[in-house]
Design a binder for this molecule. Structure first.
Ligand SMILES: O=C(O)[C@H](O)CO
Length: 340
């Protein structure tokens, strides 16, 4: 009897311990198998991880059930369906992205869920791509390659002339961290004037020697228009037919933000009608772009498949920051880079 009682006690204590350990080790869904190792290492010190073997929606919807937090490394919409499947205990999300237009913030707020994102750490990577696209589009990179491929190389001195960035006016839509990093990079190119638009004038603009203007002025004056603002209800379709009807014919448009800031049909039309010199796009609609899409057939469009933050260093930094946000959220501390 005594032995039985002792065994019961041991069992009981063990169960309590397991429950406690489980309680002190929250579960985190890692929504993609390709999340950098640094995030797994950090989170594993204090959490139990639920891993996925694919990036598929179905697997995420299945594995999210009952977790305490989500590491979101997917461009799939993070919406009511995902949250409902997760359950009401899930109160912490870290998204491995600076943009959060794919996340239903209203739904998160109504459920008291905390969200952190990864701004700043990708500024340099994305700004590099903006410069790459500005130069590539203005110097006819895609068209030049096609000329070689099609045996149309012609060396006369007026052949394939591009637009100069030196002496130009560069207009930045959205002087956030990425916009500022773009200005810093372009300064040594002897740009004549930097202008920017946004909600309000920024002290950083003064430091960088960039002038605050309204969107219309930016459009009218810019030789290079670089879209670096977040996608939201205000900016969706901002670059539309009307906007492009007032742009300089020699202007180059670069988009490193989100495809939907630009009305793509209007852009294609303007490029075809030679109302715009060229475009350099890291983002487009839809993503992935179908391989037979019209944009791919246009010689004056330089395209990249949303690679702005795609360097080893940047993605590691994004993963680490996401993991830290999750750990802080789970521990009841403020996230390092909170969205809500
Ligand atoms: O928002 C971001 O983090 C970048 O566009 C990569 O998705």
């Amino acid at each position: 009897m005594l032995i039985l009682y002792r065994n019961f006690n041991i069992c009981h204590n063990f169960t309590t311990l397991v429950t406690k350990v489980k309680m002190s080790r929250p579960t985190v869904l890692m929504s993609s198998p390709t999340i950098p190792k640094i995030a797994f290492d950090l989170l594993e010190t204090r959490c139990n991880l639920v891993r996925t073997t694919t990036d598929s929606k179905n697997e995420i919807l299945e594995k999210v059930k009952g977790v305490d937090a989500i590491f979101w490394a997917s461009h799939l919409p993070l919406n009511k369906e995902v949250l409902e499947n997760a359950g009401s205990q899930m109160k912490t999300i870290g998204t491995m992205s600076a943009g959060f237009n794919h996340i239903d913030i209203g739904e998160l707020k109504s459920r008291g869920i905390k969200l952190g994102n990864t701004p700043e750490v990708l500024n340099d990577g994305v700004a590099d791509v903006a410069v790459l696209l500005a130069l590539g589009a203005s110097r006819r990179l895609q068209e030049g390659r096609l000329k070689i491929e099609n045996n149309e190389w012609n060396s006369h001195n007026q052949w394939m002339l591009g637009q100069d960035i030196s002496g130009s006016t560069v207009g930045i839509i959205g002087l956030g961290g990425i916009g500022q990093a773009i200005v810093k990079r372009l300064k040594p190119f002897n740009v004549a004037k930097f202008i920017y638009t946004g909600h309000k004038e920024k002290p950083e603009g003064k430091t960088l020697g960039a002038h605050f203007v309204d969107l219309e002025t930016l459009n009218k004056e810019s030789d290079f228009i670089i879209v670096a603002c977040p996608l939201n209800d205000e900016t969706r379709g901002m670059i539309n037919d009307d906007f492009l009807s007032k742009t300089k014919k020699t202007a180059v448009l670069v988009n490193i933000s989100r495809g939907d800031v630009v009305n793509q049909e209007a852009l294609i039309k303007a490029l075809k009608e030679d109302r715009l010199f060229a475009a350099g796009l890291d983002v487009m609609t839809p993503e992935p772009l179908p391989s037979n899409h019209e944009l791919l057939k246009m010689p004056n469009v330089v395209l990249m498949p949303h690679l702005g933050s795609a360097t080893k260093k940047t993605r590691d930094a994004m993963a680490e920051l996401t993991a830290q946000n999750i750990l802080r959220g789970l521990g009841g501390e403020p996230m390092l880079t909170p969205v809500c």
